[in-house]
Design a protein around this ligand. Structure first.
Ligand code: B12
Ligand code: SF4
Length: 560
C-alpha cells in the first residue's frame, strides 16, 4: 500500500508546481501510513457487500449554488461502482452538524468526503468531529486542506487529499477499506478530457432551485484548470499554475447536455482564466453555434473571466459573436505600486485598454477591484478612483472583491505573517469566521449581516474594522470615498432608466454610511428586526434560523 500511495504522488518531485507552495516534507502523517481503516471503529463497513458502498460528499461553506466540485468527485465515485451522495449547506436549506451526521447514517456512508474552504474552518472542523464521533471515516480536500493538511489531520480527518482529487479518490475507493491514513498528494490530471463530466444527479436540486425553477450552479462549466499568473493574494495551491485545457468538443458536449437536461441558456465559465490559448478560444467561438437549443427563439449567453493581458479586439469581437454577454476582468488596482506588489504582472495601460476594447466589442464589462493591502496609503486609493474614471463608461459594474483576506498558502500570507503575527492562523479565530464572504447577497434577511450602503455600494470590504491589518484613519476615509464612487458608478447600472430610484438609493446609502459611523451596528439591529417582522419572507423557518445562529454566522457579522 505504501508503494501505491507513493505512486499517486507522495514524492515531492512528482508534485510539479505545487512543490514550491508548501514542501510536502513538512507533513508528518499523524497515524502510521500502513494502518488500515479496519482498525478504526467504523460501523457500516464490514457488514456491507461491495455493491452497497456509499460515499457522502459534503460542502459546508454556505452557498447558493451547486458547487460543481462535488459533481466532479461524485462522477468518479460512480465510475468506481460506489453510490455518491452530496450535501451542500445552502442559504435556502442551512445545515447543522447533526444534519450531516443524520444523512451519513441515512445513506449508510462508508466514507464521508468534505470539501473545505478557509472562511468557515471552525464550523467545518465541528462537522468533522461530529462525523468522527458517530464513527464515520472522513476524507478532506479542497483549498484549505491543500494548504493545511496537518491541521486537518490534527482536527480529526483520516485522510487529507492535497490538490486535485479525482485520481486520489479513485484510488481510495478502489482500495477501500485497506487504505492508510495520512496525506495524499494526487497526480495532476494532465488530460482533462479523460475525467468524467460532473455528475449533476448527486445534488438535492431543491436546495438550489429558484422561484423560476432554475437550478443555480448547473450552468457553471469548467473548460480549463489553473491560471498561469502568480498573483500573491490568490489561493491557487489546488490547481497550480500549469494551465490545462479541455477540448472544444468536450465543452460543446458539456453545454449541450445541460441545455438538454435543464433547459439552460445562460452559461458561466468557472475557469480562472478562459482565454489562455487564443486559438482554442477562437475555435470555441466558431463552434458554439453547433449547440442546439430547445427553442429556436432562444439564445445562448455566456459569461467568462479573463486577465486583461489575454484579450485583444479580434478575440473580444469573436466572443461577442459567439454569444458572450459579459467578461469580468480582475483589474484589482489602478495604483501602479499596488499592482506591482501584488504580483499582478499587468500594466496600468492594460488595465485601461482591455475594458475599453471589450466595451467597444459590445460586451458588458465587470471590473473587479481590491483594497486593503497592508502597504496601501490614501494615495493608493486616490489612484484607484482616478483609474476608475479612466474606464468609467467602459465598465458596467465595479465589484469591490473585498478588503484583502490573506488566505493560507498565498505568498502574501507568508510575506506578512511575521510582520503581523495576529494574522497567523486567523481562520481558527472564532471572530474571523466567514471573513470576506459575500454573505449579504444571499441572506434571507440582508440586514442581519450587512448595512444598506454595503449592499448598494458593493462594499463587502468591511474595512472599517481591522480584521487583519491596521489601517490609518486617513486610509479608512479614502476607502469610504472610494466605495461611494463605486456606488455612484454602479447604481445607474442597477436601476437603468429610473433616475429617481437612483438618487434615492444613493442618498439612503450615504445616510447608512454616516449612521454606521455614528452608531455602529444600529442599522443592522433595527433593520434586521423590521425586516424579520414586515419584510419579504425568506425561505428560512424558525428552526433554520436557529441553526444559522448556532453556526454563529449572523452573530459574528452583526458584530462587525
Ligand atoms: C467557481 C468558484 C466560486 C463560485 C462557486 C463555488 C464553488 N465551489 O463551486 C462562487 C462564485 C459561488 C464562489 C464563491 C466563493 N469563493 Co470561490 N472559487 C471558484 C473557483 C474559481 C473555481 C472552483 C472550482 O470549481 N475549481 C475547480 C475544481 C477542480 O477545484 P476544487 O473545487 O478545488 O476541487 C478539487 C480539489 O480541491 C479536490 N477536492 C475538493 N474537495 C474535495 C473533497 C474530497 C473528499 C477530496 C478527496 C478532494 C476534494 O478535488 C477537486 C477536484 O479536482 C475557485 C478558484 C479555483 N481555481 O479553484 C475559487 C475559490 C475556491 N473561491 C474562493 C473564495 C475565497 C470564495 C468566496 C469566499 C468569495 C467571497 N468573497 O464570497 C466565496 C465562498 C462561497 C462558498 N460558500 O463556497 C477561494 C478559496 C480560498 C480558500 N483558501 O478558501 C478560491 C480558491 C479562489 C482563490 N484563488 O482565492 N467561488
Ligand atoms: S489572474 Fe486571477 S486566477 Fe490568476 S493568479 Fe491572478 S487572481 Fe489568481
Amino acid at each position: 500500500m505504501k508503494d501505491r500511495i507513493k505512486h499517486i504522488g507522495q514524492n515531492p518531485e512528482e508534485m510539479g508546481s505545487y512543490g514550491s507552495v508548501i514542501p510536502f516534507t513538512d507533513i508528518t502523517p499523524k497515524v502510521n501510513p500502513s494502518a488500515p481503516f479496519e482498525k478504526l471503529s467504523i460501523k457500516n463497513v464490514e457488514s456491507l457487500p461491495d455493491s452497497q458502498r456509499n460515499i457522502l460528499f459534503i460542502y459546508p461553506g454556505m452557498i447558493t449554488e451547486a458547487p460543481m466540485t462535488l459533481g466532479m468527485l461524485g462522477a468518479v465515485a460512480k465510475q468506481e461502482g460506489w453510490k455518491a451522495h452530496a450535501m451542500v449547506n445552502t442559504f435556502k436549506k442551512p445545515l447543522a452538524v447533526e444534519d450531516y451526521v443524520h444523512k451519513a447514517h441515512e445513506v449508510k456512508a462508508n466514507l464521508v468526503g468534505i470539501t473545505m474552504l478557509t472562511f468557515n474552518a471552525l464550523e467545518t472542523y465541528k462537522i468533522v468531529a461530529g462525523l468522527k464521533e458517530a464513527g464515520f471515516p472522513v476524507i478532506m480536500g479542497g483549498p484549505h486542506p491543500t494548504d493545511n493538511p496537518q491541521e486537518c489531520l490534527d482536527r480529526g480527518a483520516n485522510i487529507v487529499v492535497r490538490g486535485e482529487g479525482e485520481y486520489p479518490i479513485r484510488q481510495i475507493l478502489r482500495d477501500f477499506p485497506n487504505v492508510p491514513e495520512g496525506v495524499i498528494k494526487g497526480e495532476v490530471p494532465r488530460n482533462l478530457s479523460e475525467l468524467p463530466l460532473p455528475d449533476l444527479d448527486v445534488y438535492d436540486q431543491s436546495a438550489f432551485t429558484d422561484d423560476e425553477g432554475f437550478v443555480r450552479g448547473f450552468n457553471r462549466i469548467h473548460t480549463s484548470r489553473a491560471c498561469p499568473a502568480h498573483c500573491t493574494f490568490c489561493a491557487s495551491s489546488v490547481l497550480g499554475h500549469d494551465w490545462r485545457p479541455t477540448t472544444v468538443d468536450r465543452i460543446i458536449e458539456d453545454i449541450q447536455r445541460r441545455v438538454d437536461q435543464y433547459g439552460i441558456t445562460s452559461i458561466g465559465f468557472a475557469d480562472d482564466c478562459f482565454p489562455v490559448d487564443k486559438d482554442r478560444a477562437l475555435d470555441f467561438c466558431r463552434r458554439v453555434h453547433e449547440i442546439k437549443l430547445k427553442d429556436s427563439n432562444q439564445k445562448l449567453t455566456i459569461r467568462l473571466n479573463s486577465r486583461v493581458t489575454l484579450v485583444d479586439s479580434e478575440l473580444l469581437k469573436a466572443f461577442k459573436d459567439a454569444g458572450v454577454y459579459s467578461i469580468a476582468f480582475g483589474l484589482e488596482s489602478f495604483d501602479e505600486l499596488s499592482l506591482k506588489r501584488m504580483g499582478k504582472n499587468v500594466t496600468l495601460q492594460q488595465n485601461i485598454e482591455a475594458p475599453w476594447m471589450a466595451h467597444e466589442a459590445g460586451l458588458i464589462v465587470y471590473g473587479c477591484l481590491m483594497i486593503g493591502f497592508p502597504w496601501e496609503t490614501s494615495l493608493s486609493i486616490q489612484n484607484q478612483i482616478k483609474g476608475m474614471h479612466e474606464v468609467w463608461d467602459a465598465v458596467s459594474l465595479f465589484q469591490v472583491s473585498g478588503c484583502l483576506t490573506p488566505f493560507p498558502g498565498t505568498a502574501i500570507y507568508k510575506q506578512f505573517v511575521n510582520e503581523y503575527p495576529s494574522i497567523s492562523e486567523w481562520w481558527l479565530d472564532p471572530r474571523k469566521q466567514d471573513h470576506g464572504i459575500q454573505v449579504y447577497q444571499n441572506a434571507a434577511n440582508p440586514y442581519a449581516v450587512s448595512n444598506f450602503y454595503q449592499r448598494v455600494y458593493f462594499d463587502d470590504s468591511y474595512i472599517r474594522g481591522e480584521d487583519f491589518f491596521p489601517y490609518t484613519d486617513e486610509y479608512k476615509r479614502s476607502v469610504a470615498k472610494f466605495v461611494q464612487e463605486v456606488g455612484s458608478h454602479n447604481i445607474p447600472f442597477m436601476y437603468p432608466d429610473r433616475p429617481i430610484t437612483q438618487q434615492f438609493t444613493h442618498l439612503a446609502a450615504k445616510a447608512s454610511m454616516i449612521g454606521e459611523d455614528l452608531f455602529p451596528g444600529m442599522e443592522r439591529k433595527i433593520g434586521g428586526w423590521l425586516f424579520d417582522r414586515f419584510g419579504r419572507k425568506g425561505e428560512r423557518t424558525g428552526i433554520e434560523k436557529q441553526r444559522d445562529q448556532r453556526r454563529g454566522i449572523s452573530k459574528h457579522l452583526n458584530s462587525r
